[in-house]
Design a protein around this ligand. Structure first.
Ligand code: FE2
Ligand code: FE2
Length: 147
């Protein structure tokens, strides 16, 4: 599987889980429980991008500006998650969850619309397949069972 398809599949899982967690009829404790797993998955997803995906792409100078923007978005999201873990107020936690859902969804969209089309033009298919294998290996080392 090429790296882009691999990442798209993870984005799909992330979006699906955010949609499930933000459902109104879910209790706060169930939301928090499911968020523990989702935030772990998100954390490892961004680490995977920052440790394997971006360093490989950065060799191409035409991709560097977009990558810088994406890393800034990832740092922001990580801060929000940290805040959520620290807050005891359920209302604030819920509001922040909605904001995070939107931010993460926009971030994934930025990757899909601003980065991937450029990558498809600039990087050879066989290199993308080799990178896909590395991403898969990283994921099996950092397994998180999302529903
Ligand atoms: Fe990302
Ligand atoms: Fe991503």
């Amino acid at each position: 599987m090429d790296a882009i398809t691999f990442i798209l599949n993870e984005h799909k899982k992330i979006r699906k889980n955010f949609a499930a967690i933000t459902k109104i009829n879910l209790s706060i404790s169930a939301k928090k429980r499911r968020f523990v797993t989702l935030s772990k998955f998100l954390d490892t997803h961004e680490k995977m991008e920052e440790k394997i995906w971006y360093p490989a792409l950065k060799k191409n100078s035409k991709l560097r500006v977009t990558i810088k923007l994406l890393i800034a978005e990832e740092k922001k999201a990580a801060q929000v998650i940290k805040k959520m873990k620290a807050t005891k107020d359920n209302e604030i936690w819920n509001e922040t969850l909605s904001k995070l859902k939107k931010a993460v969804s926009n971030h994934a969209k930025d990757e899909e619309t601003k980065l991937f089309p450029k990558v498809e033009k600039l990087i050879e298919e066989e290199d993308l397949i080799a990178l896909g294998k590395k991403l898969k290996a990283f994921r099996s080392k950092h397994k998180v069972q999302l529903r």
